[in-house]
Design a protein around this ligand. Structure first.
Ligand code: FAD
Length: 392
């Protein structure tokens, strides 16, 4: 009997309910029909097919794990499977969907006013509007709490100044969630502001020349005396808890997504090993190649087990950010390592965009670094395990 094509070695998918299967299948079909045919070209050209943004909304890809305002409140496993399937296509798609859902819709849902929710959640959910999340600054990456972007109160308005960089989707966004220090309050707490990108003083230059996550649009957010009314402040949260709680949501999806990228690499490498003949037969008959496939399948399976467990913890409200750090850290490193092994099995052909592993490998350099670098997640775990913070 030949091995399963969709690597699910310990039959985790046997326990999925009907809705979870449906979401998995919808995402798989979307990736087969709309992502895989052109992703090599998108990657080479550095483009993202923006025409698919409303299509993904129609299919319910943006924050389906939220409840109300058009979101169906699907299980955390279903949400994870969606991320897994999208990232099996490309990290650029998963990034688009993660930002829109976990970093823009989630904070509006969790901390927004009723007016903000009714105005933005349905539009964002349908992909009729695009959002971005502005936390990172040119001088403040791993330590965003040192941010300089400021909000000064002026009557019933705030005036925003500062710059954000490395912002996924900023050049195509209608609205940005900008995290800034409120200078009008003594301890200058971080607050979240909904900034429509057509406001005077907002610029969203695109970052070009990326050689990772090429099929994703990345940019800056420049804020030059941008006036926003106080109704645009997210009323429900103050301090770094705001952005950090959003990142926990997104990182949960990344931990699932990385498994998808690794699985796609495995599938391509396994098939290639069976099809490619050298020395009078398929390279899959060589023990050296079998060892690579065995290790890859094992590492992917271990990563899957971790995220399925996280889904259960999240469902019952017992998921801690540190659990998410462990899974993001492990699964992204795993995908980065295994993409390289898969590329190796595919030989010279493996360095082209005709096969996915090299593209996934390049993408994983971004995924390893954004949403908390690998090092930062190591420190989060270190602190959790010892009680001693080692960031400074
Ligand atoms: P730095 O913080 O300067 O880190 C450089 C190196 O130093 C890293 O290896 C890091 O691990 C290490 N380091 C830092 N501090 C420590 C320490 N205390 N101990 C040990 N080592 C340390 N940000 C957003 O806000 N929104 C987005 O949508 C977004 N999208 C992105 C898309 C892409 C393609 C990329 C590349 C980045 C994106 N980011 C986004 C930014 C991303 O989150 C940051 O790049 C990340 O937080 C790291 O910051 P940095 O690049 O400034 O690196």
């Amino acid at each position: 009997e030949s091995p399963p094509v969709m690597l699910d070695y310990v039959s985790l998918e046997a326990d999925l309910d009907q809705e979870e299967r449906m979401i998995r299948d919808t995402a798989r079909e979307f990736v087969d029909e709309h992502v895989k045919p052109d992703i090599g070209d998108n990657f080479e050209e550095g483009t993202f097919p923006t025409e698919l943004i409303p299509k993904m909304g129609e299919l319910g890809f943006y924050a389906p794990n939220l409840e109300g305002y058009g979101s169906p409140n699907v299980s955390e496993t279903a949400y994870g499977l969606l991320m897994q399937e999208l990232e099996a296509g490309d990290s650029g798609f998963r990034s688009m969907v993660s930002v829109q859902g976990a970093l823009v819709m989630y904070p509006i849902h969790a901390y927004g006013s009723e007016e903000q929710k009714t105005e933005w959640l349905p539009k964002l959910g349908q992909g009729e509007a695009v959002g971005c999340f502005g936390l990172t600054e040119p001088e403040h990456g791993s330590n965003p709490s040192a941010m300089n972007t400021s909000a000064e109160r002026d009557g019933n308005d705030y005036v925003l100044n500062g710059s954000k960089t490395w912002i996924t989707n900023s050049p195509i966004s209608d609205v940005a969630i900008v995290w800034a220090r409120d200078r009008s309050v003594d301890d200058q707490p971080v607050r979240g502001f909904l900034v429509e990108t057509d406001r005077d003083g907002v610029t969203t230059n695109k970052i070009t020349d990326k050689i990772s996550l090429r099929a994703s649009i990345t940019g800056e957010i420049g804020l030059n005396d941008v006036i926003v009314p106080e109704e645009n402040v997210l009323p429900g949260v103050t301090g770094m808890k705001g952005p950090l709680s959003c990142l926990t949501q997104a990182r949960y999806g990344i931990a699932w997504g990385a498994v998808g990228a690794a699985r796609d690499c495995f599938e391509q490498a396994r098939q290639y090993a069976l099809d490619r003949d050298q020395f009078g037969g398929p390279i899959a008959r060589f023990q050296l190649q079998q060892e690579k496939l065995a290790e890859m399948a094992t590492q992917i399976t271990l990563g899957q087990l971790l995220v399925y467990r996280l889904a259960d913890l999240k469902e019952r409200g017992d998921l801690r950010p540190q659990h998410v750090s462990m899974a993001k850290r492990n699964n992204v490193r795993m995908a980065r390592d295994q993409a390289r092994v898969a590329r190796e099995i595919i030989g010279g052909n493996g360095i082209t965009t005709d096969y996915s592993p090299m593209r996934h490998m390049a993408n994983m350099e971004t995924v390893y670094t954004y949403e908390g670098t690998h090092d930062i997640h190591t420190l989060i775990l270190g602190e959790d395990l010892t009680g001693i913070p080692a960031y400074q």
